[in-house]
Ligand binder design. Structure first.
Ligand SMILES: Nc1ncnc2c1ncn2[C@@H]1O[C@H](COP(=O)(O)OP(=O)(O)OP(=O)(O)O)[C@@H](O)[C@H]1O
Ligand SMILES: [Mg+2]
Length: 171
């Protein structure tokens, strides 16, 4: 075993942290102590999605690190779990616009999370948007459900006025 092997070997055995994932910025704990009221209020707003209705937009504010993102992701994850048990079409899409700083990149991220492959650049915003809508309608068409709710979580003030949810209803 040469020196490099022994470094890798030692690193693969050393366990300083039981679960490194908890340090990632996107990590959402399984439980969120002291946030039950916020969780309940957000859940009440998004719950109509289970009936295929469009929930109201939500503006969440508070000091950095107080759990806005964690609460939102937690509630939407639970909503999505329940929706899939009930056969309701609810999908949440998380876009961190600190990393996706233009409308094109935001939409491209949304498209990718919906399973669409889009180029980094080259399409117009309108074209990108229409591909997303087509994709959503296609998803809708293959299911019995008549509507789909898509939650988009914007992450900065510039995008705070974006619609946070979009419900497409098949006519
Ligand atoms: N109730 C809680 N109990 C324990 N840890 C929590 C709780 N809420 C959030 N956290 C953790 O605290 C950290 C910060 O939370 P989060 O990113 O949700 O804050 P934020 O309000 O969205 O901050 P920012 O304004 O900077 O976006 C994360 O690691 C998250 O997992
Ligand atoms: Mg946040």
């Amino acid at each position: 075993m040469d020196e490099l092997d022994s470094i890798f070997e030692a690193a693969s055995r050393a366990r300083l942290l039981r679960n490194r994932e908890v340090l990632l910025p996107d990590y959402v704990p399984l439980e969120l102590p002291h946030r039950s009221e916020e969780i309940r209020r957000l859940a009440e707003v998004v719950a109509p999605a289970l009936r295929g209705e469009r929930p109201n937009n939500v503006f969440i504010y508070g000091l950095s690190g107080t759990g806005k993102t964690a609460v939102t992701k937690y509630v939407l994850r639970r909503l999505q779990e329940l929706a899939s048990q009930k056969g309701a079409m609810v999908q949440s899409i998380y876009v961190n616009v600190r990393q996706r700083e233009t409308p094109y990149k935001v939409l491209a991220d949304v498209a990718e999370q919906l399973g669409l492959r889009v180029p980094f650049t080259g399409l117009s915003i309108g074209e990108l948007f229409s591909r997303i809508v087509k994709r959503l309608l296609l998803t809708l068409g293959s299911r019995e459900s008549t509507s789909l709710t898509l939650f988009v979580i914007p992450m900065t003030e510039t995008l705070a006025l974006w619609r946070c949810s979009l419900t497409l209803v098949r006519s």
